[in-house]
Design a protein around this ligand. Structure first.
Ligand code: NCD
Length: 310
């Protein structure tokens, strides 16, 4: 077995070889999306259901295209038109879909742990497309693929993750993955946006952007997740941008060839200046391209080894 897991619920629990296996497979999948004929028959006859309890545009589109390019039949279920609105529980929804014999379920939910719970109840592989502030494993994998293809490696690079770390499943999954592959990870945020115990995750913590960005190889910006904030975590958006928004002046503290990344959706003028988001150091569009490749690799890996797991 080259990948010994039935589900992809998080980066936690994956070994370095597991991560490298998925990245290598994703590297091969990149070519498929660059061809004129993008359809393969790898997953022909198999059914993929995207079950999104939380709004998503890019992640859902990315999983949908990935499945279609592998030849699977893809069905999207989003909460807006599901019976969850009529009071059905998470598990009942999952059991109903399970009875339709899907071959993979891609699930996003606003509660941490909801996807893992669902995975225990259904008969097919489950992929976590983001659960609350917990994990978003395919995002961390696509970020790693983007870094590896641009910088040639991940080990010993200094990666600064900046902004709303507290509410970010992207930050958590990236911290775990980057540490596993030997990068030096920093987080930069005001104390109100840092989870307690963050230093135990193997990161260096900074509250000042210039200090945290000094000589960084990669600058990973996070969206200020106002929809997850109960109350006020930052004095004002203008203040936030002034101290924590990535602009040309702050970026100068990082290495001259540092990559600028953002998982999207971006708040221009809040966590990142527009000219930086569109500037020569930005690899934000490449992240989107790598996203489809990573999701193809993950789905193909889990679905084709289905049956080999207890
Ligand atoms: C991220 C998410 O949903 O966690 N976005 C995404 O997957 N496209 C980050 C975010 O919402 O800020």
């Amino acid at each position: 077995m080259s990948f010994p897991h039935r589900h992809l619920l998080g980066i936690k629990g994956l070994s370095e070889p597991d991560i490298l296996y998925l990245l290598d497979r994703a590297d091969e999948a990149v070519q498929i999306s660059r061809r004129r004929d993008k359809k393969t028959s790898t997953l022909r006859g198999l059914t993929q259901i995207n079950l999104f309890f939380e709004a998503s545009t890019r992640t859902q589109a990315s999983f949908e295209l990935a499945g279609k390019r592998l030849g699977a039949d893809v069905m999207n279920m989003s909460v807006a038109n599901s019976s969850v609105k009529k009071g059905e529980t998470l598990i009942d929804t999952a059991m109903t879909l399970n009875a339709m014999h899907p071959d993979v379920l891609v699930v996003r939910h606003s509660s941490a742990g909801a996807v893992a719970l669902l995975a225990q109840k259904v008969g097919c592989p489950v992929i976590n497309a983001g659960d609350g502030a917990h994990e978003h494993p395919t995002q961390a994998l696509l970020d790693a693929l983007t870094i590896r293809r641009t910088k040639g490696r991940i080990a010993r690079l200094t990666v600064a993750i900046c902004g709303d770390v507290l509410h970010s499943r992207v930050a958590r999954s990236n911290i775990i993955l980057l540490n596993q592959l030997g990068a030096r990870v920093r987080v930069i945020a005001p104390s109100t946006l840092l989870p307690s115990g963050i230093a135990d995750m193997g990161v260096e913590v900074f509250q000042n952007m210039e200090d945290g960005l000094r000589d960084a190889d990669v600058v990973m910006m996070l969206r200020l997740q106002r929809e997850r904030m109960a109350g006020s975590f930052v004095p004002s958006i203008r203040e936030y941008f002034r101290y924590y928004g990535l602009d040309a002046q702050k970026l100068r503290a990082a290495k001259a060839d540092a990559l600028v990344m953002h998982p999207g959706p971006m708040n221009r003028g809040v966590e990142i200046a527009s000219d930086i988001a569109d500037g020569p150091q930005s690899v934000i569009e490449m992240q989107v391209e790598m996203g489809v490749a990573v999701r193809m690799a993950v789905m193909e890996t889990l679905m084709l080894s289905e049956g080999n797991h207890p």
